[in-house]
Design a binder for this molecule. Structure first.
Ligand code: FAD
Length: 304
């Protein structure tokens, strides 16, 4: 009961534009520094290099979402381009994750598409890959439409499918051959479009992972759930799926020991490394997912 209340409070806070804006000025607070890799490209590069040295590959996310002005979206696009350039200059094993609302999806679809093309052209130049994160349900169809349009020209782009959505299984079937990151889903969605209980979300998660792997498509399984990870290990064994066809993904600062033990077992593990000033929404969603995270957030709060 209490867990549900705190989950709702954090999810609401994550989408509160006033708080998100204010937090940009505060700098990293409340323990957010443990899950956000600093607020500059240089700081993020340092963390990525350290992770690479441990055998982990990365994806960098310059934090930002729900942008409402063209200036901010253009700035975010330029920042993402610079991030790709910095990855190449530093020779790190890392790709990029972006959010469509950061690139102007709520302002003008074709403007957003142009911004994404600039990022993908840069990625192509450096032989790199860009993943479009999936945001809330209100943006899902638009994001998938943009992905399809981009895939006509670019093969270095993929997206994310959330197993809490009823539509997930059909989307995965429709996206056969596209590199997908499969997740449970991080937003608060209505019972008219999404499973509400964990068992259903988990069952659908395993179903879509199997669907995408068996279609021969490259699959990223992004979860901290050891039960799911064990099921995936059994599944790939059973169907003889080569290790080059999938990877595990986890967030920076979460289950670091599990990340390393998977590496030792010979699996590929990618760490999602968020950085930047716009940390608040991301951090609130992490608190909503796992009440235990509140403990370290409070510790961070009192040590400021
Ligand atoms: P949960 O269902 O939260 O946890 C299941 C069980 O796993 C827990 O009961 C516990 O036993 C164990 N567990 C979980 N976390 C921990 C921990 N930190 N320490 C110890 N045990 C733990 N969501 C989106 O909507 N869009 C995206 O684009 C997106 N991208 C993502 C990218 C990555 C790399 C990852 C890892 C997640 C992403 N997510 C995204 C978030 C995702 O949708 C889930 O909200 C989030 O991962 C929580 O679900 P879970 O599968 O990790 O496990």
């Amino acid at each position: 009961m209490l867990a549900n209340v705190s989950k709702n409070v954090f999810l609401h806070a994550s989408q509160n534009r006033v708080l998100n804006k204010a937090a940009k000025k505060w700098g990293l607070r409340f323990g957010a520094g443990q899950v956000v890799a600093g607020d500059t490209i240089e700081g993020a590069m340092k963390k990525v290099r350290e992770l690479n040295e441990k055998g982990l590959v990365c994806t960098l996310d310059h934090l930002g979402e729900f942008v409402s002005s063209r200036e901010e979206a253009t700035e975010a696009t330029q920042y993402n381009v610079r991030t790709l350039e910095a990855m190449a200059a530093n020779g790190v094993d890392c790709n990029l994750s972006v959010k469509m609302t950061q690139l102007g999806l709520d302002i003008d679809r074709s403007f957003c598409l142009d911004n994404m093309r600039r990022i993908l052209d840069t990625a192509k130049q450096y032989n790199n890959f860009v993943r479009i994160d999936m945001e809330d349900y209100a943006h899902c169809q638009m994001t998938l439409d943009i992905l399809r349009e981009l895939r006509e020209t670019y093969d270095n782009v993929g997206t994310v499918i959330q197993s809490y959505l009823f539509r997930a299984e059909q989307d995965v079937k429709d996206l056969k051959g596209v590199p997908l990151r499969l997740v449970k889903g991080a937003y608060q969605e209505s019972p008219t479009v999404a499973f509400q209980n964990k068992e259903d979300v988990d069952k659908n998660y395993v179903r879509i992972i199997e669907e995408h792997l068996l279609s021969g498509s490259y699959t990223a399984i992004a979860s901290h759930d050891h039960n799911i990870i064990e099921k995936v290990k059994e599944m790939v064994e059973k169907y003889n799926i080569p290790r080059t066809q999938f990877e595990f993904q986890m967030l920076y600062g979460f289950r670091s020991e599990l990340q390393l033990s998977l590496i030792q077992e010979g699996y590929k593990v990618r760490v999602y490394v968020p950085f930047g000033k716009d940390w608040f929404g991301y951090f609130m969603r992490r608190l909503a997912e796992r009440p235990q995270n509140v403990a370290f957030a409070l510790k961070g709060f009192f040590s400021k």
